[in-house]
Design a protein around this ligand. Structure first.
Ligand SMILES: Cc1cc2nc3c(=O)[nH]c(=O)nc-3n(C[C@H](O)[C@H](O)[C@H](O)COP(=O)(O)O)c2cc1C
Length: 270
């Protein structure tokens, strides 16, 4: 597989999830006291590859910076994802390293720790070096993904209490939390027009909407997975098939030719 085309497992993945949401179980390691596995459901929001190297697709998901998985990933970035495509009857088990793209308003020590992994500095994985070369704007991408999500989803980052902590005040309290978060500018078009002509009208826009938007965007983080090993199982064909794909050469191509071998594949016993 040359670096100038997407890996075959990604083409198979896109086909398998053409009509189904790519929902996966994400396993991390919790190394707090003794190492323990942790697993939870996440949704993939698509792939992101460096322009020059489509063979290095990052899996893009989202999370809340306050959730325990963030600290687990920052302590040990090794993760595994298990996707099941029910219509295609295919499983993709993807091992890789995870990284977090936080809001610039995140507490500075945590922010710096997150940025370390994606900065493309010496020691980061090749995909982030490639993104650095093309001056990729991670904050722009974070906001773009946030804006693409539904108002109901956005509200999940606006919950005032920490995810996973005991609920203070019970359901009565939870009912008071915002159920939707809309972009403040998406107010009624008539108000928008007025605001354009009378800049002083800014002061009458709903401060609560702006506050909710800011809170949600502050807690919102991208969760990126850089795959290096894919176990692809096809149960929709007889005999069943199983293929392992792995990254084997992450070195720059010194020959001057376009592309280096990045992914190898091998058939396995299902
Ligand atoms: C269908 C489904 C999709 C989910 N998608 C995500 C997701 O994309 N990102 C995420 O952080 N949590 C997602 N969750 C919630 C997580 O499974 C989990 O409960 C939450 O993130 C807390 O995880 P943690 O305590 O391990 O950090 C989803 C849950 C379900 C049931």
């Amino acid at each position: 597989m040359s670096s100038s085309i997407a890996p075959r497992w990604k083409t198979a993945f896109d086909r398998a999830f053409a009509d189904a949401p790519p929902i996966a179980q994400l396993a991390t390691l919790d190394v707090a006291a003794t190492t323990k596995p942790r697993v939870r459901t996440i949704v993939s929001r698509g792939f992101l590859s460096p322009t020059r190297v489509p063979a290095l697709p990052l899996i893009v998901s989202t999370t809340d910076i306050r959730t325990p998985k963030v600290n687990q990933i920052l302590t040990d970035s090794a993760v595994e994802l298990a996707f099941w495509a029910p219509d295609a009857k295919e499983q993709f088990r993807i091992r890789g390293t995870a990284a977090i793209v936080p809001s610039p308003e995140t507490e500075p020590a945590l922010y710096a720790k997150c940025l370390d992994a994606i900065a493309g500095a010496h020691g980061s994985t090749r995909v982030y070096e490639e993104f650095k070369k093309e001056k990729f704007d991670w904050e722009k991408k974070r906001v773009e993904v946030f804006e693409s999500l539904s108002p109901g989803m956005k509200a999940s980052w606006c919950r005032p209490q920490i995810p996973g902590a005991p609920l203070v005040g019970g359901q009565e309290e939870a009912k008071k939390w915002p159920k939707t978060v809309e972009k403040p500018d998406s107010e009624h078009p008539a108000v928008q027009r007025l605001r354009l002509t009378l800049s002083s009208l800014r002061s009458i826009t709903d401060p609560t909407a702006q506050e909710h938007w800011n809170t949600a965007l502050r807690n919102f983080a991208l969760l990126l997975i850089d795959p290096h090993d894919v176990d692809y199982v096809e149960l929709g064909v007889i005999p069943n098939r199983r293929t392992r794909f792995w990254r084997w050469d992450l070195e720059e191509d010194n020959s001057g030719k376009d592309g280096v071998e990045i992914w190898k594949e091998e058939e396995l016993v299902p």
